[in-house]
Design a protein. Structure first.
Lengths: 434, 282
């Protein structure tokens, strides 16, 4: 189940809380569970997981696509679009559609983006998240309902494209660009593509909008946002918070997405960034809580609390289920939480760095790791900058495979579009900026 | 923007109206309607559902069916989705809801949908007829469903879900030492006038068993003592299957040996003997 589904269920099932992750809940939480649930889901992404991609122009562009599609759908109002900073694309319970930035970067036209939005819009229109949460409970029936919902979302998306005036042929192309591994909740990739291709019947009439999409994704970050954590020289740098953590030579280090894992003997350190409100909340929940000084100021230390659910009310269990979906330390581990805003400019992002330490009594390793916390240098901050999309123009008619030779990184550019797509002279295509 | 307000104020004077108009204009200015593109003609095909026609039905009541418009016509899938939509009405407190779907030809296949919701009920009372010591809160938590909106007081009553939950609750009774426990089917009484349903669940808990002996077999005396220590349970305690399983796992980890668990009801039919059999090192 998507984390946001559980979070949002709180609003519908038990009455929403008056505040959530440091912000007052909107008035809709008193009378409109779906709208409230959408707000909670977005708050979770933003304040809990640092997972909202902050590009108002791009968001407004995708919102306009959703608005256009919603005119043909039987929804009371268009759902609000949120662009997440990773690759998850889904429709949580509530009136939100979450489109992953990494989903957008692989698409070749506005019509293809509309196809992805249309698929999610059908989930909203069909109340599919509600069915997942409150519907059939037996595993096999639940799974059958999920598979039906996914298939219907693919198929009806073609109809929504037609009604909104987008080229139906974009639907199979969008699935080809996005689908990778198969899972239990969807039909196999090839079957999905075949079915929507049959409905689209290769109809290319309608708006395609390649140039429009290219214009809106120019300068968009490509791939993982390395400002959330990347190795630079001998340090792990979280540029969004202006933090560096020295990685000792003799320790084994590996990165897992946005987190860093260090091993020294039996001791381990797990470091990851989270939203500031969630960091504040986690810090207050530690057992044996204390503060200690580091080069970056005072940090909160303590032991992550374990839960005893015997005497919990259903509301408390739900709240705990909600919290369990956010990034957080394993119960029983020794934790350091550092709250910090990037010192670059007023209004720069704030967040928290969580260090989970399983040191098995190795106080030296713990002290050494904590002693390695410092402010990132300007050079490190520059090195942590992610790559962005740069638009180039075809000098002649050719396939993208041939055209990307002019890009700074042709291999990376090939992952940003269908390599076999043939462009006319003057048409735009995506490169990375370095 | 200013001109628009002025025009409005002439039509309907008054500060409140001006303010409302200003707000409306601001909203339009901040969130312009997207440009429309001409629709692409739909393909009418006997393989595709061209239209879902609702007959005096709210869209929200049959939303999973509404989105079949434009999808492939797959009667079996339509039946499954109709069942899901019906279940969603039951979850909202309409236990007798019925959805009727009729297929017709038009632009491709047309689906016509009718809904008979029936009366809406809320679960007014849920009573377990028993005097056993199983924790009340745990019993209620075991039967509630759909994040507390079903089979909890104030929520909807869905009988088949309660029956499945009661089967699971019966197993929890067994694990907690009431190994002869049985739970009868729920008895529901509907009050149409109040839109309320009261449910009684008879539970025959029987005696609660204690742990009889805790013995280890195999290995040397020290190993056996270590196994019993790791099990963490003693004769005389209430039998708790989860605790015993946890103990045997702990013993396996601590001793790094293969250890088999055996439990058997004591001859007195009041106790359960726990035996841990330590495997040989090969």
């Amino acid at each position: 189940m998507k984390p946001a589904l559980v979070i949002a269920a709180l609003a519908a099932a038990c009455g929403a809380p008056t505040s959530y992750l440091g912000a007052e809940t909107p008035s809709s939480c008193g009378n409109d569970p779906e709208r409230c649930a959408g707000w909670l889901a977005e708050r979770d992404l933003d304040a809990g997981e640092l997972d909202v991609y902050n590009d108002p122009a791009l968001r407004a562009y995708v919102q306009a696509i959703a608005d256009r599609l919603a005119r043909g759908a039987r929804v009371a109002r268009p759902p609000r679009v949120v662009i997440s900073d990773h690759d998850g694309t889904y429709a949580p319970f509530g009136d939100r559609i979450v489109i992953g930035r990494i989903t957008i970067e692989k698409l070749g036209s506005e019509a293809e983006l509309a196809a992805i939005v249309a698929h999610e819009l059908v989930h909203v229109e069909g109340h599919h998240a509600t069915v997942s949460l409150f519907g059939p409970e037996a595993d096999s029936t639940w799974l059958a309902a999920r598979r039906d919902a996914e298939a219907v979302a693919d198929e009806r998306a073609v109809a929504l494209l037609e009604l909104a005036g987008y080229a139906p042929a974009a639907m199979p192309r969008a699935l080809i660009a996005e689908l990778e591994a198969d899972d239990d909740e969807h039909a196999p990739r090839d079957e999905r593509i075949t079915r929507v291709a049959a409905l689209a019947a290769n109809r290319k009439t309608g708006f395609e909008g390649r140039a429009e999409l290219m214009r809106h994704v120019e300068h968009m970050i490509v791939g993982r946002d390395t400002r959330l954590g990347v190795a630079v020289g001998s340090a792990w740098v979280v540029a969004n918070l202006g933090i560096a953590l020295e990685v000792p030579d003799r320790d084994l280090a590996r990165s897992q997405g946005d987190s860093l894992v260090l091993h020294h003997g039996r001791s381990t350190l797990d470091a990851y960034a989270i939203g500031a409100p969630w960091a504040k909340e986690l810090a207050t929940q530690l057992d044996q809580r204390a503060t200690t000084a580091t080069a970056l100021g005072t940090v909160t230390v303590g032991v992550a609390r374990s839960h005893d659910d015997h005497d919990e009310t259903s509301l408390q269990r739900l709240e705990r289920a909600v919290r369990a979906t956010l990034p957080q330390p394993t119960p029983g581990t020794w934790v350091v939480i550092l709250e910090r805003c990037a010192p670059t400019a007023p209004g720069a992002p704030c967040g928290g760095l969580v260090l989970e330490l399983a040191v098995h009594g190795d106080a030296i390793a713990r002290a050494r790791w904590l002693g390695g916390l410092r402010a990132a240098t300007p050079r490190e901050l520059a090195a942590a900058e992610p790559r962005h999309i740069a638009i180039a123009y075809a000098p002649r008619a050719a396939s993208i495979r041939e055209l990307v030779a002019v890009c700074p990184d042709p291999t990376a550019a090939l992952t940003l579009d269908n390599a076999d797509r043939v462009l006319a002279a003057g048409e735009p295509f995506k490169c990375t900026n370095r | 923007m200013v001109r628009a307000v002025a025009a409005g104020s002439r039509l309907a004077p008054g500060f409140a109206v001006q303010r409302a108009l200003l707000l409306a204009v601001l909203v339009v200015a901040c969130h312009p309607a997207p440009v429309s593109y001409p629709a692409v003609a739909a393909v009418c095909s006997p393989a595709r559902i061209g239209k879902v026609e609702l007959h005096d039905v709210a869209v929200a009541d049959v939303a999973p069916l509404v989105v079949l418009e434009g999808a492939f016509d797959d009667p079996e899938r339509t039946d499954r989705i109709t069942a899901v939509a019906t279940e969603m009405l039951r979850v909202r407190g309409y236990p007798h809801a019925k959805i009727r779907v009729m297929r017709a030809s038009g632009c491709g296949v047309e689906l016509h949908v009718w809904v008979d919701r029936g009366l809406q009920y809320r679960l007014a009372d849920l009573e377990f007829e028993t005097d056993d010591a199983f924790p009340d809160a745990e019993r209620l938590a075991a039967v509630e469903d759909a994040l507390g909106t079903v089979n909890a007081v104030g929520g909807a009553y869905v009988e088949d879900r309660l029956r499945r939950a009661l089967a699971a609750l019966e197993r929890r009774y067994h694990d907690a030492g009431w190994i002869d426990a049985s739970i009868d089917p729920p008895q529901a009484t509907y009050d149409d006038a109040r839109g309320a349903v009261t449910v009684v669940v008879p539970i025959h808990a029987g005696p609660r068993y204690r742990i009889g002996s805790v013995i280890a077999h195999g290995g040397g005396p020290e190993t056996r003592a270590a196994v019993v220590d790791a099990l963490g349970v003693k004769g005389g305690q209430w039998y708790d299957a989860a605790r015993v399983r946890f103990g045997i796992d702990r013993a396996r980890r601590r001793l790094e040996r293969r250890i088999e668990l055996r439990v058997r009801v004591g001859d007195d039919h009041k106790t359960i003997d726990v035996e841990a059999v330590v495997g040989r090192i090969e």
